[in-house]
Design a protein around this ligand. Structure first.
Ligand code: PMV
Length: 318
């Protein structure tokens, strides 16, 4: 029996979004997503054996069991571990604020719990276990570029091409506080109440296929445009839900408008957003400095992170 397992995992940032579940109980996505794992933003999770109950301490606060129980029960079933897990986890970026902390969080838990139980699984199996906690976590167990297809039980890693090395993400935080409505709840509300949800499902598969082709052509501009369409159409299902979901802040819109201005000046700049007010800007290494300088002129920005594509999780077992 191992004493402790520590996993370091970065969030998975989707360019083509997963939004909505095909099977709610099994947490299976209704749309295909295309994403990549980051490098600097990280979740660090330490897991030890617990005899009686599963516990999660996140950034110094003990978490309630409801969000985690199905996940831990499945890990125990897959690993045949006869014990519970005591988990201490922290993020070097704002948690639950639309920066994909649940993706890196559940991926790190899956990797560390399996290692502690002394089981080595193929990445696809770890991905399926992470998915039970959060579907975007299925992608975060891999480094580089990933896809999680509609209806799939696990994500897949894509071959990496030249442009990925130059790709930069500038994550602009307009508010570091946790969101009032979780992405889980928001996507379910969109599914149940937005009149546009059905069109979103059909349309997002088209965007996914086009985005894959753009990657194979190494066409950053086409990909950037598709990424914008994906997040804006995802938000259309939220704005049109009952009651409506509005994560955006005035500063989010300012950043979106600034990106449009920079594009009009010929800079390769495309933004995307998740279930929160933060804006993530896609650009290349040659223009990242200009983008940061332009964002520096705006007021009301609480933090800014520059990141690139990462190689994937790191695991230590003691
Ligand atoms: O995996 P969840 O429940 O945190 O949902 C993530 C949803 C988005 O971040 C909005 C999109 C995505 O594909 O990551």
């Amino acid at each position: 029996m191992k004493h402790r397992a520590v996993a370091e995992v970065s969030p998975s940032l989707a360019l083509i979004k997963y939004w909505g579940k095909k099977n709610r109980k099994k947490n299976i996505p209704a749309t295909s997503s295309l994403a990549f794992s980051l490098n600097v933003l990280k979740t660090i999770t330490e897991v030890e054996v617990s005899e009686r109950i599963d516990t999660v301490n996140l950034n110094g606060e003990n978490q309630g069991p409801a969000r985690y129980q199905i996940f831990f029960d499945n890990i125990r079933k897959q690993t045949q571990a006869g014990h519970h897990f005591c988990c201490t986890t922290s993020n070097n970026f704002p948690t639950g604020a639309g920066l994909a902390s649940s993706a890196s969080g559940f991926a790190a838990l899956a990797i560390a719990c399996c290692a502690l139980a002394g089981r080595e699984f193929p990445a696809a199996k770890l991905s399926a276990m992470a998915r039970v906690g959060s579907a975007s976590a299925a992608r975060a167990v891999f480094g580089g570029v990933t896809v999680l297809k509609r209806g799939a039980l696990h994500a897949e890693a894509l071959e990496v091409f030249g442009i990925w090395k130059e790709l930069r993400i500038i994550a602009v935080c307009t508010d570091a506080g946790p969101k009032a409505v979780s992405s889980r709840e928001a996507m379910e509300r969109s599914r149940l109440t937005s009149p546009y949800y059905r069109s979103w499902l059909a349309d997002s598969e088209k965007l996914f296929r086009e985005a894959l082709r753009a990657w194979y052509r190494e066409d950053l501009e086409a990909l950037g445009e598709l990424a914008r369409e994906s997040y804006l159409r995802m938000f259309a299902t939220m704005f049109s839900a009952r009651p409506p979901l509005i994560y955006w802040l005035p500063q989010s819109l300012e950043v979106i408008r600034l990106c449009a201005e920079l594009r009009a000046r010929g800079l390769p700049v495309w933004e995307t957003m998740d279930a929160g007010p933060q804006v993530k800007i896609l650009t290349d290494s040659a223009h990242a400095g200009d983008v940061r300088a332009a964002i520096g002129q705006l007021s009301g920005i609480s933090a800014l992170f520059e990141d690139k594509i990462g190689n994937g999780p790191v695991l230590r077992v003691e």
